[in-house]
Design a protein around this ligand. Structure first.
Ligand code: PMP
Length: 362
């Protein structure tokens, strides 16, 4: 007995933790500046940590009621109904729900290259066929309708990422509307806004709901996560916001209790901790500007909590920076062997990263 042939499946290039890197280098983990996974440099909201502590005594019960509370709270935040919130085990889990709900075996899925690896992975897990559209370095990785539509060939799901990982570019609402119009009503356009809190661009939820002068539509869904601005990557909490018309499908695709009760408690507390999110987004803005101004290498404008940087040899630069205790993402795994991606850190860690990167690229 063997699992089905998974050899064509991409493997998630997860970043390594500070402890692992520290062990390898024989350094104190406190001295490692880890800017490779777009995590929150301030850690979790203290209110979320306290909420988890308080909830720990009731983890012998299933999370149904707290799950319902969190869904209602998220629905309230976006002014949608509860069934439009597909709560999941991280944004990745919400992508799985969308795949389950929409893909039949052999259906096409169109993803950007470079782009976030999990779109292709969830497509393959659900027996879809992955095809790509190219974001060109020479165009600054611009996400125009043409970049997508020139490659579109009747796929069932089209993924847009705004802000885009790893390039930092955005898709504006007019571009998304045009893509959704031209791909037609049998194609779902998923707009991944995992980094949405760091951007000034309004959420594509306006297209789903028909707000701010846009026509409402039932072929766009939006992805959000607690992993970035809310600092809860380890608790695994994310969700899709979906059109009212097909919201009921959630009950047929969700893994029962996929978001744990501790995750739900943390999410509720984090949503109320506006101060933590504001401190994070303000510092990210500062850090992006600092990197653009102070890095000697060419940087790309970014709407996310990271900056893409041109280097000659990404693996050599990432390795040299790591030896100095600064961990950045070698973008070879994204098909960009001449770029590294640097997460926006605190003032101190950003300054240290910039100084080390200037040294190793100089
Ligand atoms: N979308 C994008 C573009 C991401 O970069 C990530 C995580 N790095 C996710 C979705 C998923 O995040 P999570 O599963 O932690 O919510």
């Amino acid at each position: 007995m063997q699992p089905r042939d998974l050899s064509a499946h991409a493997v998630y290039a997860a970043g390594r933790g500070s402890e692992e890197v520290a062990r390898e280098l024989g350094l104190d983990p406190e001295r490692i500046v880890k800017l490779s996974s777009n995590e929150n440099p301030f850690g979790p909201s203290p209110a979320a940590v306290e909420a988890i502590r308080e909830a720990a005594g009731s983890i012998h019960t299933y999370p149904k009621s707290v799950h319902t509370d969190l869904v209602a709270r998220i629905a309230d935040r976006w002014d949608v109904t509860s069934p439009q919130v597909w709560l999941a085990n991280g944004g990745d889990g919400a992508l799985d729900y969308l795949s389950r709900a929409f893909l039949d075996p052999g259906d096409g899925v169109l993803v950007s290259e470079p782009g976030f690896a999990y779109y292709a992975m969830t497509a393959r897990y659900h027996h879809g066929e992955v095809r790509t559209y190219a974001l060109e370095k020479s165009d600054g990785f611009a996400q125009t309708p043409e970049t997508v539509l020139d490659s579109y060939d009747g796929e069932r799901i089209v993924y847009l990422t705004s802000p885009h990982n790893p390039t930092g570019t955005e898709a504006d609402l007019a571009a998304i509307e045009r893509i959704a119009d031209e791909t037609g009503e049998d194609t779902l356009v998923v707009v991944d806004e995992a980094y949405g809190e760091f951007s000034e661009t309004p959420s594509a939820l306006a297209l789903v709901e028909g707000r701010e002068g846009w026509d409402a539509r039932d072929d766009v869904a939006v992805l959000r996560t607690f992993s970035k601005a809310y600092g809860l990557a380890g608790i695994r909490l994310g969700y899709a916001l979906v059109p009212d018309e097909w919201a009921e499908a959630y009950t047929r695709v969700n893994t029962p209790f996929a978001a744990s009760s501790l995750a739900c408690r943390a999410g509720l507390a984090a949503l109320d901790d506006r101060e933590h999110v504001e401190r994070t987004t303000e510092t990210v803005e500062w850090s992006r500007e600092y990197m653009h101004a102070e890095l000697d290498a060419h940087t790309y404008p970014s709407a996310g909590n990271f900056v893409l940087v041109d280097v000659e040899d990404a693996s050599a630069v990432a390795e040299a920076a790591k030896r100095e205790g600064v961990v950045v993402r070698d973008c070879s795994s994204f098909g960009l062997p001449e770029c590294v991606r640097v997460t926006c850190g605190t003032r101190e860690s950003t300054e240290r990263a910039v100084s080390v990167l200037n040294e190793v690229t100089g």
